[in-house]
Design a protein around this ligand. Sequence first.
Ligand SMILES: Nc1nc2c(c(=O)[nH]1)N[C@H]1C(S)=C(S)[C@@H](COP(=O)(O)OP(=O)(O)OC[C@H]3O[C@@H](n4cnc5c(=O)[nH]c(N)nc54)[C@H](O)[C@@H]3O)O[C@H]1N2
Ligand SMILES: Nc1nc2c(c(=O)[nH]1)N[C@H]1C(S)=C(S)[C@@H](COP(=O)(O)OP(=O)(O)OC[C@H]3O[C@@H](n4cnc5c(=O)[nH]c(N)nc54)[C@H](O)[C@@H]3O)O[C@H]1N2
Ligand code: SF4
Ligand SMILES: [Mo]
Length: 746
Amino acid sequence: MPTTDWKPTACILCECNCGLEVELGGEGGRHLVRLRGDRRHPASKGYACEKAHRLDHYQNGLDRVTTPLRRRPDGTFEAIDWDAAIREVAARLSAVRDAHGGDAVFYYGGGGQGNHLPGAYATATRRALGSTFRSSALAQEKTGEFWVAHRMFGTAMIRADFEHCDVALFLGKNPWQSHSIPRARVTLKEIARDPARTLVVVDPRRSETAAMADIHLQLTPGTDAYLMAAILAILLEEGLWDRAFLDAHCADVAPVEAALRAVPVAAFCARTGLDEPLVRRTARVLGKARALSTFEDLGVQMNRDSTLVSYLHRLLVAVTGSFGREGTAHVPTSIVAIASGASRRKSPVVGAPIVAGLVPCNVIADEILTDHPARYRAMIVEAANPAHSVADSPRFRDALRSLDTLVVIDVAMTETARLAHYVLPAATQFEKAEATFFNFEFPRNSFHLRPRLLAPPDGPLPEAEIHARLCLALGAVTEEDLAPLRAAAAEGKAAYALAAVERFLGDPRLAGLAPVLLYRTMDLPPETREGAVLLALAARAAMQSPASLARAGFAGPPIEAAQALFDAILSSPAGVVFSVDGWGDVTGRIATPDGRILLALPDLLQELARLRDAPPPARDPAFPFVLSAGERRSFTANTIIRDPAWRKTDASGALRVSPGDAAAIGVATGDRIRIFTRTGSAVAPVEVSDTLRPGHVSLPNGLGLSGADGSEPAGVAPNELTASQDRDAFVGTPWHKIVPARLERA
Ligand SMILES: Nc1nc2c(c(=O)[nH]1)N[C@H]1C(S)=C(S)[C@@H](COP(=O)(O)OP(=O)(O)OC[C@H]3O[C@@H](n4cnc5c(=O)[nH]c(N)nc54)[C@H](O)[C@@H]3O)O[C@H]1N2
Ligand SMILES: Nc1nc2c(c(=O)[nH]1)N[C@H]1C(S)=C(S)[C@@H](COP(=O)(O)OP(=O)(O)OC[C@H]3O[C@@H](n4cnc5c(=O)[nH]c(N)nc54)[C@H](O)[C@@H]3O)O[C@H]1N2
Ligand code: SF4
Ligand SMILES: [Mo]
């Protein structure tokens, strides 16, 4: 097979965005018929998991929206043309703004696992509307971690170098299925196979990763804070804190020492259900590691005490000095910082903390279902499906229904789109140039703008085009704004870049609209046209990280470095290394005022003390089981692929139940079981699995999608069973992994 038949692109099903090569074929040449990992991709290097091979189920998926839709009073939809759609959406959103202010227009989403350019272009539309409140899925997973890291390290994004560690710790994370680190299965196998390296997994379930581990701490669900505090206390007691690192790089150590000396190790171990000797042995492995890499994810972030666990986890990194050396934690150079930690504002109705600019997902319905004058009255949802993915779906749907205007920009007629006043159809991620900002590698970090593989069919448009049209219709961008840039474009790239920089630096209004101005005036071929906004992002990176870019070959004054990087991005269809750093640079990225990691966070130390004195949370006898609502499995990918036929296994999303519980309830694999929670009930097939502890059951994530034609959903939509009040006290992240439940044979 000649290599010219293979076109470079990327998988869009998880944050790794592995580079792929694709062969197109089938009807009209519009099917992704063969896929394979792309060896040229700087991060994935040819790796791809089983899901990538099924991507045609996305490109040619169910429920595709092919024309703008307007809802009729009876709830059905009528097709309208783009001019009417843009005109009416602009009119309705600006009417809300004029009557109630831009803050009444809420923005949700901006991208999923593979597509972050929509969110970049949407900043222009939001600016045009004066809309400042927004959220996304990150506000139901990572905001606690960001908040803590920002306060301690002065920077929110901290990742780790699992490829070179000798001890790996996964806390509530199953990378065998969920990945999140490049070439996850290769790296896991290497660690597991090497007798000199140790894999430690903390998970109440014997996940695929836990099954490979040297040490699996199969704790009682929701007790990670006790475990982490006990480990820190043992390390202190046994003299395993890295004093040299603490002296050189940390501040305010004493209050943390005092708090940890007060931790009753035996009692805390007992809370976790783990033997104290096993916890002690694990602590020693972590404390004596040459290079420790750690990763916390949803098992703890969607659980009780999540922000406290994030804090204890960051303390573990600091006290073991697992930062700034090969095989430990680092701060990647970013093109776009998706993480920020500061909590400067509160949400207008509930007064919830806004971390990383995001309103906690769990309070959005409360911010709408109220007569409070500052409530959100209109919403733009783009590349997200919150009617399915946010806690308490029935109430979230009520909130969406009560809006004055809901505009959904999506490729498919999703659960959210069905509630919209207007649905604006987007080109798929293979019908436009796309990229993500999930770029976290170190010391060499890469960026991948995938050129489009196919032109969109008649109807759907790339989001860049949708936002450009909206900004023009809103009157925020005028022909007079575009003309000087168009003239500069005619003179060549250098003149264009200079004109753009001058105009944006000189006029904050234009700077806010930059994505759309660049997109409308830059002369790019159709394959990469939506990449225009990256010139602005490259310019920001060139100003923020000149040395890192220079080492990757993008040197010179910022404008030249930015232009060189931008050109390289456009001409590297398999991805490009944009920054090269040294491990010696990492501690210099601690961005607290004194350049030291701030160890003592008084509110969280107080929370630790409260944990010591508080009785265990009361169990409601009416709901004796703990339901983990939303596990990552072999064929799950949030709601990116809607056709259940894409799953080679577990198509209807079984509830996993331990053998003892199954016997007690009287069910076997394949039987049906009814799950009751405080908010709802659902029926699922059973999979009896000895990977679960008694009392713990789990449902997969992303199932329960019903066809737009009214067809029966396959599997259970997890958030029909969750409650929005069940959330973290600090940042409002949900407790999806610890839902009280009752089970009955169906
Ligand atoms: N296949 C697949 N991969 C994906 C995705 C997908 O949908 N499908 N989604 C992507 C996204 S958006 C994300 S955020 C990541 C998430 O990736 P992960 O966080 O790894 O995914 P989960 O399976 O939700 O949860 C991880 C583990 O937490 C465990 N857990 C449950 N309760 C507890 C507890 O009380 N304590 C501890 N320590 N662990 C607990 C579960 O048993 C599970 O094994 O995955 C990404 N990758
Ligand atoms: N109970 C429970 N709830 C959870 C979780 C859980 O574990 N348990 N996990 C949470 C997590 S970690 C996450 S990340 C969220 C994910 O939930 P969401 O953030 O809502 O995102 P997705 O389900 O990935 O939906 C992506 C949407 O983008 C659309 N789309 C795909 N391509 C394009 C495109 O090119 N343009 C546009 N405009 N749209 C496109 C898809 O059709 C889909 O509607 O779910 C969260 N919800
Ligand atoms: S699902 Fe994730 S790990 Fe698997 S091929 Fe796609 S991007 Fe790579
Ligand atoms: Mo996620």
